[in-house]
Design a binder for this molecule. Structure first.
Ligand SMILES: [Zn+2]
Length: 261
């Protein structure tokens, strides 16, 4: 997910493989397709990582090309990840969902008063996939909060027809998080506030679903952290944020302590 991003300046200090000029004259990394100063090749896996879950991202058309969107990074990093641009899920939108036998479908969205959600840690994947007989498709919605809500609402009928299970991230994770789209990273701080990271939410779900989930999660979070770090370098004005740093350090310390237990 994303928010309005500040204008970035091309300072030309970063290097990346085979820069190519973009239509706007900025040089673009030919490998990660990001402007060179914010190239993420050094943290991206050399080859997309194999996962057993099929990830499908519905990307709102208004935001499909937003520079803070994490969807392209997810597609680049995970072998079974695809994105479709659209406002709602429907038959024919993705061959993934129309397969026979139908896959088991879960979708990532917080519980609402009308629709409950299963905490991902309570999800019985074996039951859902009939002990691995069925493929598992994870759907995530990428857009602003408003757009994500609209997309889920517009997709309700389709989701019901596929017996899709709504899953959310509980509060009792190794990091203390609220709803799935609450970011634990600095995305919640200005000027990133209002941003929600599809990548972060997907990472936390894959940690539970995948045999090598911890590794997958930390790889994705690392990419996200680096994206935020690089993007933050282009913010104007460059005010120091001692409070934020302190908070981040405390959080990191807490996580490390938990890891040690
Ligand atoms: Zn790159």
């Amino acid at each position: 997910m994303h928010c309005m991003a500040p204008e970035k300046e091309d300072d030309g200090t970063a290097t990346s493989p085979e820069p190519q000029p973009s239509p706007s004259g900025r040089s673009i990394c030919s490998s990660c397709h990001r402007p060179n100063p914010v190239c993420l090749c050094h943290v991206l896996p050399p080859h997309p990582i194999e996962i057993s879950t099929q990830l499908l991202i519905l990307h709102h058309p208004h935001e499909a090309h937003h520079k803070l969107s994490t969807t392209p990074l997810l597609i680049r990093s995970l072998l079974r990840a695809t994105a479709v641009t659209g406002r709602r899920l429907r038959p024919g939108l993705s061959p993934l969902l129309d397969r026979s036998p139908p896959p088991s479908v879960i979708y990532l969205f917080p519980a609402t008063s009308s629709t409950p959600a299963v905490d991902i840690s309570d999800l019985n994947v074996q039951d859902l996939t009939r002990n691995g007989e069925r493929e598992l498709v994870l759907i995530a919605f990428d857009g602003t909060w408003k757009h994500a809500r609209e997309m889920v609402k517009a997709s309700e009928e389709f989701l019901q027809s596929r017996f899709a299970v709504r899953v959310c991230l509980g509060v009792d994770e190794t990091v203390s998080g609220g709803s799935i789209y609450d970011s634990e990273l600095i995305l919640r701080k200005e000027p990133f506030s209002g941003c929600v990271s599809t990548m972060e939410a997907v990472a936390r779900v894959l940690r539970v679903l995948e045999p090598n989930g911890v590794e997958v999660e930390s790889m994705l979070i690392e990419i996200l952290r680096e994206m935020v770090r690089l993007q933050a370098g282009f913010l104007k004005p460059m005010n120091p944020r001692p409070k934020l740093l302190k908070k981040a350090k405390e959080k990191e310390k807490k996580m490390m302590e938990k890891d040690e237990i």
